[in-house]
Ligand binder design. Structure first.
Ligand SMILES: Cc1cc2nc3c(=O)[nH]c(=O)nc-3n(C[C@H](O)[C@H](O)[C@H](O)COP(=O)(O)OP(=O)(O)OC[C@H]3O[C@@H](n4cnc5c(N)ncnc54)[C@H](O)[C@@H]3O)c2cc1C
Length: 296
């Protein structure tokens, strides 16, 4: 099958690698001169399934108001007449309760755990190196209130079977002796031994080379302008270098995916293969629609 993957960040490149490994004829298009030069270039490098959590949660609306009033605010919302923005805010608000938080977090943890296990399998299979470390992560808490606040997360970790430890000062200094001098600044820690870290840019650059060795063609410096559609089928990708066609299309443009698919969203979904269907949730890369982020 001929497949065009739109975007060569960590998601597009991984999809291309797995499709080529399954014997498909894959072309990847990206406007940058190489893989992983946008969001996947410099992230925090955490592979932390246990920390996967929805932004929407109990207490977030009050926190958001406080943040918006801060001088160096971690949250900026430009009020404008944009239906998509207000629809997003209302959906966010509707999910700021304990029930929705638990459901959304448990789904994200399951997905992230599966993704982490695929990463381990890929590492064993290919020997890919990306400054990875597999010694877990430690979240430190400055106040008792913060430490008490992870109780709801711990319930999800327990129900998802994710190993964890809640550590006191003696405990986290044993795990990380470098904290001995500053232990008085923290009341405790949550350790997730199954977590890892690594360089997402290096990972994606190396995986792209492996995908190329499997026959994947990367077309860099090509801007995507839109999708061609005939009836209920996507029939091609309009680019600055002309129309490109395939049997199937995977959209992995990161935060730019929604804009490309905007005219499809809300009019019924896209099923795998770019066919428009009524009433379904939008699915683009065969499994997840825009807005559901899989952390690499
Ligand atoms: C500051 C920060 C820290 C983060 N830390 C972590 C972390 O510790 N752990 C973690 O798991 N996640 C982290 N993330 C999230 C993670 O980096 C992203 O989820 C991931 O990189 C998204 O990959 P992607 O392939 O979907 O998108 P991208 O890497 O953005 O790839 C999309 C590609 O599409 C291309 N593209 C877009 N539009 C067009 C167009 N019109 N024409 C042609 N090409 C186009 C771009 O050039 C780009 O290469 C962090 C994100 C940020 C911003």
């Amino acid at each position: 099958m001929r497949v065009i993957v739109l975007g060569s960040g960590v998601i597009g490149t991984s999809v291309a690698y797995y499709l080529a490994r399954s014997g498909h004829d894959v072309t990847v298009i990206d406007r940058q001169p190489g893989p992983a030069l946008e969001t996947s270039y410099a992230n925090a490098g955490e592979v932390s399934p246990g920390y996967s959590a929805p932004w929407a949660g109990p207490g977030v609306p009050m926190k958001a108001i406080k943040w918006l009033l801060m001088q160096h605010s971690p949250l900026v919302v430009k009020p404008m007449l944009d239906a998509a923005l207000w629809r997003f805010c209302l959906q966010m608000l509707a999910n700021c309760n304990a029930e929705a938080y638990e459901v959304n977090k448990s789904r994200m943890v399951r997905l992230a755990e599966y993704s982490r296990d695929c990463l381990r399998e890929l590492r064993d299979e290919t020997g890919i190196r990306y400054d990875e470390r597999t010694r877990g992560t430690l979240q430190l808490f400055r106040t008792q209130k913060q430490l008490d606040g992870v109780a709801k997360d711990i319930e999800v970790l327990k129900s998802s079977g994710v190993p964890f430890e809640v550590l006191d000062r003696k405990g986290f200094v044993e795990v990380e002796p470098g904290l001995a001098e500053t232990q008085h600044k923290f009341v405790g820690a949550l350790r997730l031994p199954g977590d890892e870290t690594g360089d997402c840019f290096k990972f994606t650059q190396s995986l792209a080379k492996m995908a190329e060795a499997l026959g994947v063609r990367f077309r860099f410096g090509v801007a995507i302008e839109g999708l061609e559609q005939a009836g209920s089928r996507i029939t091609g990708v309009r680019t600055a270098e002309g129309l490109l066609t395939a049997d199937q299309y995977v959209v992995a443009l990161g935060s730019y995916s929604t804009a490309l698919l905007a005219r499809f969203l809300g009019k019924g979904g896209l099923a795998a293969g770019g066919e428009v269907k009524d009433g379904g949730n939008p699915t683009v890369s065969g499994r997840f629609g825009p807005g559901q982020v899989v952390k690499y």
